[in-house]
Ligand binder design. Structure first.
Ligand code: PLP
Length: 440
């Protein structure tokens, strides 16, 4: 018996430090080693080695598919997020791509019903790139959850949305959509990039959660990475919707994924992620580098402290903005009212807070530009989830090429400003916001 307490007896804060790794078995190094190795020597009986390649045994083969440093990141995050398993990939964009494409049948007719409020490049991926690959994206409105059901048919492979949409912060009714999905046999995939720890979509019935780990999980704006999480609550047994989960998969020598997982130990917790790893990750090459995985593990160690501080600062900033005469409107989950409020209350762990992204509206484009040009602390950067406060004027940056009508339908007006509140002293952030507003 191990002398260490099992991770199942630890709180989230401790699991972020301990899950998946205690020390290196040879050197007893406490920090997770960076296994910067492409390949692993194939030692021993050739039949045993073939078993690893045939997915009959766990083992390391090639870093495009699996890597020891990355595997610790995956195990640690799966434990913390209360999931069956996780798969780390090169970026958040790769996580979204793999999460959806892994569910497709490869036959015409596959479709995904998606929230109309999405991060811009998820929109591009779904409505342009997937279309070219024969996967149709169908729009639905999270404020009318029945629209997801109306858009679905027997070839709908997933419902997809963001916990709080980037940048407009529309809350996704995860519990309700998961329930509709469960009744119809459709898995709900949720991008929880903006609220790790604050929200656990899996506990509300989401089947797969995705993260751009580039954001809060990394936390310092240094490293790209993505995570797909299988919450272990869906069987993919519908042969019409998910033939590749139920028939021999030619992409891996006619393997049956549901059978394969039963033979495995470490990799045996998720048929869905095993399939994603052994086919889509292998074939797209969207692997994360071990060095990046190490950085994300470092990020995990302080994630709970940072999220708490991000959220506390954001609440103060949101309430300051709400009272300012030059600010027309503030969108922040902690200030939502009515039906949105009920959804927000279901989504967040209020002990941590309501996330750290805020959208606020100034009078017009000139006001937006003037604000940005007069701040002297915050970074004008179109990233999310850095320790520093980041600010963007979408109309001058990320959405400059998007036609006005389309922009406004997505909730972005000429005077919209997006803030991702950092962990500085909140008084410094408020002073800088005042500076920007005073100049208008
Ligand atoms: N999902 C959301 C909500 C995002 O905000 C982003 C990036 O901004 C992504 C996915 C893509 O992540 P990455 O930049 O790591 O590819």
């Amino acid at each position: 018996m191990s002398r260490y307490i099992p991770v199942s007896e630890m709180s989230t804060e401790s699991a972020l430090l301990y899950a998946g790794y205690r020390h290196d078995p040879v050197t007893r190094a406490v920090a997770v080693p960076i296994y910067q190795s492409t390949a692993y020597e194939l030692v021993g009986d050739l039949a045993d080695i073939a078993d690893i390649y045939n997915v009959k045994e766990d083992g390391f083969t090639y870093t495009r598919i699996i890597n020891p440093t990355t595997r610790i990141l995956e195990q640690r995050w799966a434990t913390v997020d209360g999931a069956a398993d996780a798969l780390a990939v090169a970026s958040g964009q790769a996580a979204t791509f793999l999460a959806i494409v892994n569910l497709c049948s490869g036959h015409p007719g596959d479709n995904v019903v998606v929230s109309k409020y999405l991060y811009g490049n998820s929109w591009n991926l779904l409505f342009n790139t997937f279309k070219r690959l024969g996967i149709e994206a169908r729009l639905a409105d999270p404020r009318d959850p029945s629209s997801f059901e109306q858009q679905a048919n027997n070839r709908t492979i997933a419902f997809f949305g963001e916990t709080f949409s980037n940048p407009c912060l529309i809350p996704l009714p995860v519990g309700l959509l998961a329930e509709i999905g469960k009744r119809l046999g459709i898995p709900l995939v949720v991008d929880n990039t903006t609220t790790p720890l604050v929200c656990r979509p899996g506990s509300l019935g989401a089947v797969i959660t995705t993260y751009s780990a580039t954001k809060y999980i990394c936390g310092h704006g240094t490293t790209l990475g993505g995570l797909l999480v299988d919450n272990g609550n869906f069987s993919f047994e519908d042969p019409v919707r998910f033939p590749l989960f139920n028939e021999p998969d030619e992409a891996h020598g006619g393997i049956l994924w549901h059978e394969a997982v039963h033979r495995l130990g470490d990799l045996g917790s998720s048929a869905c992620l095993l399939k994603a790893r052994m086919t889509w990750l292998r074939d797209t090459g969207a692997a994360i580098s071990p060095f990046s995985s190490f950085h994300l593990i470092q990020g995990l160690e302080t994630l709970h402290l940072r999220m708490q501080r991000h959220c506390e600062n954001a609440a103060v900033v949101a309430s300051f903005l709400q009272q300012h005469p030059k600010v027309r409107h503030v969108s922040y989950p902690g200030l939502s009212t009515g039906r949105d409020r009920d959804i927000v209350d279901e989504l967040v762990d209020a002990r941590i807070g309501h996330g750290a992204m805020i959208m606020f509206e100034l009078d017009d484009e000139v006001a937006g530009r003037t604000f940005i040009q007069n701040i002297r602390l915050m970074y004008h950067v179109s990233n999310v989830g850095d320790a520093r406060t980041l600010v963007t004027h979408p109309v001058s940056t990320t959405h400059t090429t998007v036609p006005k009508a389309q922009r406004e339908a997505a909730g972005i007006s000429d005077g919209s400003i997006r803030l991702c509140v950092g962990i500085e002293n909140v008084n410094d952030i408020i002073d800088d916001i005042k500076r920007g507003l005073d100049a208008i």
